[in-house]
Design a protein around this ligand. Structure first.
Ligand SMILES: [Zn+2]
Length: 128
């Protein structure tokens, strides 16, 4: 059976994550993004830590980010994908994926605007 302490710890982790997400959306002047975005976890993203469906308003995160050692990366990855959404809403389709528009939203949320997180930084990711 599921460890109840683990379930509580997971719920608190997700509460912190979603509270951070709502804060970034307010900071970006797009509070409705927090309501309009679906966030889900999957174990089948292969190497990617996250991906974002701009049309559907859906962010998919690699379940490896739920590992306790990855909490900082969990927040950064959600912010990374959410910054794609807000850049899309604000600037449309003609911008570079990790260009200055995307970067400014990352900086405003307090994260370095790095396009790729080195695999070696991620605990629990399969390495070849
Ligand atoms: Zn990206």
């Amino acid at each position: 059976m599921t460890d109840p302490h683990a379930a509580v710890a997971l719920q608190r982790k997700l509460d912190r994550l979603f509270a951070g997400f709502r804060d970034w959306c307010v900071l970006w002047g797009l509070a409705r993004l927090a309501r309009d975005t679906t966030i889900e976890f999957t174990g089948s993203l292969n190497d990617a830590l996250g991906q974002c469906d701009l049309r559907a308003g859906r962010i998919t995160l690699n379940a490896v980010l739920l590992h306790s050692a990855n909490e900082g990366l969990l927040h950064e990855t959600l912010c990374h994908e959410a910054a794609h959404l807000v850049a899309h809403v604000r600037y449309g389709v003609g911008i570079a994926e990790h260009g200055p528009e995307w970067q400014q939203f990352m900086r405003r949320a307090g994260f370095p605007p790095r396009a790729v997180i080195p695999r070696s930084r991620v605990t629990g990711l399969d390495r070849d």
